[in-house]
Design a protein around this ligand. Structure first.
Ligand code: APR
Length: 239
């Protein structure tokens, strides 16, 4: 192992499941209870901003509850970043802050962050832990009524895509953890790595994802077991 070898890790809702946060497409997941079209598109927010803010207020209250903590998988990825001589980049689809709270620093939230709000009028982004309502005033431009969750809705462009593709094209190892491979562009990252590098690609999930056949290796099981074990092995002997 050497400092030239960089690792890119894509994570999805499955890595936060054992911390007590819901996934989207598992049985009983978020999209089994509410429709994407009603709460997770710009059109939904324009049509019924109260309902959309309430959907994220509920998830924000859950995330900031005392019993929601990073789990062993989040901590293992932070340890890998600390102990691996090369760069380790976590690209998460998750809008929770569990990677940060576990200690990950080289981290990109491609779908935004639940604990931030953005003014639709001026684009100013501010940390936000409580409920968001139409009455909140933007601290930058002073306008009211335009504060929205700083998350990426369906039909919007994910954040940091240039940095993500540059990292994928120069990585020596690509891991995909806890994602069903249903949503692009994240679901296409493995193909991007295959097309441009010789890096091994590893899927770590509870069950085969939509893109399972694309990965060179698959490790199935709960992330709190598979991820620490894998990180220990990489730190001890590489891949
Ligand atoms: N350990 C590992 N994997 C798990 C665990 C676990 N304990 N529990 C569930 N999983 C796996 C499931 O098998 C599933 O394949 O995590 C995956 C979660 O898939 P989704 O619910 O589709 O979540 P995700 O892939 O992150 O969704 C991507 O879709 O709705 C949008 O913006 C949303 O970021 C989200 C995106």
């Amino acid at each position: 192992m050497n400092s030239e070898q960089s690792i890119v890790i894509l994570t999805g809702a499955g890595i936060s499941k054992e911390s007590g946060l819901d996934t989207f497409r598992d049985a009983g997941g978020i999209w089994a209870r509410v429709r994407v079209e009603d709460v997770a598109t710009p059109e939904a927010f324009a049509a019924d901003p109260v309902r959309v803010r309430e959907f994220y207020n509920h998830r924000r209250a859950r995330l900031t509850a005392a019993n929601i903590e990073p789990n062993a998988a989040h901590h293992a990825l932070a340890r890998l970043e600390d102990d691996w001589p090369g760069e380790v980049l976590v690209v998460t689809q998750n809008i929770d802050d569990l990677h940060e709270r576990a200690g990950s620093r080289n981290l990109l939230h491609m779908h935004g962050e639940l604990l931030k709000a953005r003014c639709q009028a001026c684009g100013h982004v501010v940390g936000w832990r409580g409920d968001l309502s139409a009455g909140h005033v933007c601290e930058a431009c002073g306008r009211t009524g335009g504060m929205r969750p700083d998350v990426v809705w369906f039909g919007e462009m994910p954040f940091e895509m240039e940095r993500i593709y540059a990292a994928l094209e120069s990585c020596s190892l690509f891991l995909s953890i806890g994602t069903s491979g249903n949503v692009y562009p994240a679901a296409g990252f493995v193909q991007h790595v295959i097309a441009r590098t010789r890096a091994p690609t590893v899927e770590m999930n509870l069950e085969p994802s939509e893109g399972a056949s694309l990965f060179a290796q698959a490790i199935y099981g709960p992330a709190t077991q598979t991820v620490p074990e894998y990180v220990d092995r990489v730190l001890a002997q590489g891949w």
